[in-house]
Design a protein around this ligand. Sequence first.
Ligand SMILES: Cc1cc2nc3c(=O)[nH]c(=O)nc-3n(C[C@H](O)[C@H](O)[C@H](O)COP(=O)(O)OP(=O)(O)OC[C@H]3O[C@@H](n4cnc5c(N)ncnc54)[C@H](O)[C@@H]3O)c2cc1C
Length: 370
Amino acid sequence: MLEEHDEIGRPFQCAGLVTPAAMDRVSLESTILSSVHGARIHSPGGICVKVGTSDRIRTHIVCRKMFDEGVVRQALDVGASLWLGSKPESAEVYESGVRLIVSRRGTPTEVTCKLLCGADGAHSWVRRHFRMGRPKEMMIGFQAEVVGYRGEEGFLDMYTGDLVAPGLFAWAIPSGRSWRIGVWARPSDLKGRSCEHLYDALMSHPTWADRFRDCKEVGRYCGPLPCGLVSKPSKERVTLFGDAAGLCKPTTGGGIGPGFEQVDLVLEKLLQAVERDRLSAAQLKRVFKPLMAMKKEQERARILRDLFLTDCDDVSLERTFTTFAKPEVVEIINQFGEIEKPVPLGIRMLKDVPEFRPMAAKATWALLKG
Ligand SMILES: Cc1cc2nc3c(=O)[nH]c(=O)nc-3n(C[C@H](O)[C@H](O)[C@H](O)COP(=O)(O)OP(=O)(O)OC[C@H]3O[C@@H](n4cnc5c(N)ncnc54)[C@H](O)[C@@H]3O)c2cc1C
């Protein structure tokens, strides 16, 4: 494993949401700072819809640095080796492998391998070097760690509306003794504003300013969120994983769970392919075929997100929230809502909630089939 920084897990660019299902895959419970049972979702005009039930943890919030260190430790324990302060300067595929020149703490070092796995994040060098396509959407995320936010323990807050989060949402997430306040947006929706502007607008919003009155910032970060599988996640002797492949959820920006899911989907066949040295473009395409199901699910989630949120102005959002607030709709959300799997809930809403039927007419066949 090559890591360009001198330590694992820095810089930190994450709200730290890890669902129980993703946590089960790595058993790093010691990195949990808090757990949430639900969310308070706010319309632009101030309608608050509270979802979630106290008997079920919807997501954990982790210390991302400790979480990343724990995952890397697991790899080292089973035989991987790690070079810190190291990054590739060149790479070429030849008949029996990939030859790289790696800058190892500034010293050019030749490395060869059978297969190059680019798990090198949203701006992946591997993806760009081998021209493997671009993520469909590249959102911008901004977040501050604060103390003094007036939230409700066990609940995260989500805020909507053109003023604070055009097309998507802003959040306040309890992370132990502090809170993570953030916002994400598509660049095209920002219309000259920056995510910091939106963050300031949230803090001073007439409806919610009181919650932020005593906030003191302890850090701020920003980073990209690549949402939409790239056109070529594999090529001869080269593969992409996680953000490099564009796997973040278009509905939440979460990328940890999808990255783990990708590994689960391809691992067995990929190991066989490496052992047998069957790593041509066609052979790896077959190994990566299960990713097409993830791509389809990403596409369906995006269509639903656009219908319910991204393509809506504040007036239609207000109408949607009026419906969300009905007890029978909250009941549906509590029953079918899953952070990692939003599509079943969206479909259920379109089918079962009379107010949303006109929207169903706008939904494409791609969404409703299956
Ligand atoms: C503001 C914000 C909030 C987020 N919140 C959440 C959340 O709550 N939950 C969630 O699931 N996801 C969240 N995400 C997304 C999440 O952070 C990513 O999806 C996740 O980190 C992807 O993991 P990865 O291993 O693919 O890439 P990364 O975590 O980016 O890891 C890539 C690694 O490769 C290294 N690297 C990069 N280029 C090179 C190179 N050329 N040579 C050597 N090393 C290199 C980097 O230093 C890094 O260590 C958030 C993102 C942002 C921006």
